[in-house]
Design a protein around this ligand. Sequence first.
Ligand code: COA
Length: 197
Amino acid sequence: MAYVEPPPDPKSEKKKSKAGFVRVRIDEGEQRQIVIQKAQIRDVEEILELVNGFAASNLMLPRGPQYLYENIRDFVIASDRNVPVYSLTETHEVLHMIVACGSLHVLWEDIAEIRALAIHPDYQQLGLGSKLIEFMKDEARQLGIRRLFTFTMTEAFFKSLGFKRQYRNELPPKVWGECSRCPKYFHCDEVGMVLEI
Ligand SMILES: CC(C)(COP(=O)(O)OP(=O)(O)OC[C@H]1O[C@@H](n2cnc3c(N)ncnc32)[C@H](O)[C@@H]1OP(=O)(O)O)[C@@H](O)C(=O)NCCC(=O)NCCS
């Protein structure tokens, strides 16, 4: 007996690009009204789509719903309204769409980790990543945290925001907590970066 994959849902195929993201048409010079705020339970599904869209290309760690629900208070989102989404055959408006997310996870008394920072491909290079980091920096300061840490493959982005590379033997033991759950454990290609705030 041969097992045959069910055919893809033609509707969802139509709206998604090759990399799995819907495509958004932002005209040159167009000003969008993006709102940055703390995430809520209702945002979990969209955050998962964003993060796992990049995880599929190995750019970040995949996350599941349990992680999202347990850590939802760490998450910040950026959302856009009346988003012009297009495919080869149609353009339509999505009333509300999460276009970026990031999370601030407290590790110890003096250090918190930036995790799951993801900007939708059509909203990159617009300063959104920097704004989310600013938002989380303020949160960290309010909590009394003095140091931010991240593991990343996009060193240049964090460097532009003042983060400095730290070698593995300089990193505090607390930062390794997630590594044992990471699929890259035996061939890690991420660098550790730290920012004093
Ligand atoms: C990396 C990422 C978060 C950057 O967000 P962004 O909103 O595009 O970045 P910004 O527009 O705020 O850029 C800030 C600065 O970083 C630079 N920068 C942004 N992405 C960069 C990249 N991939 N490589 C090098 N530099 C980058 C910008 O050119 C800009 O520099 P400037 O101030 O000199 O002009 C975003 O591209 C992304 O989500 N990538 C896919 C997922 C990922 O890699 N996440 C990080 C996991 S830790």
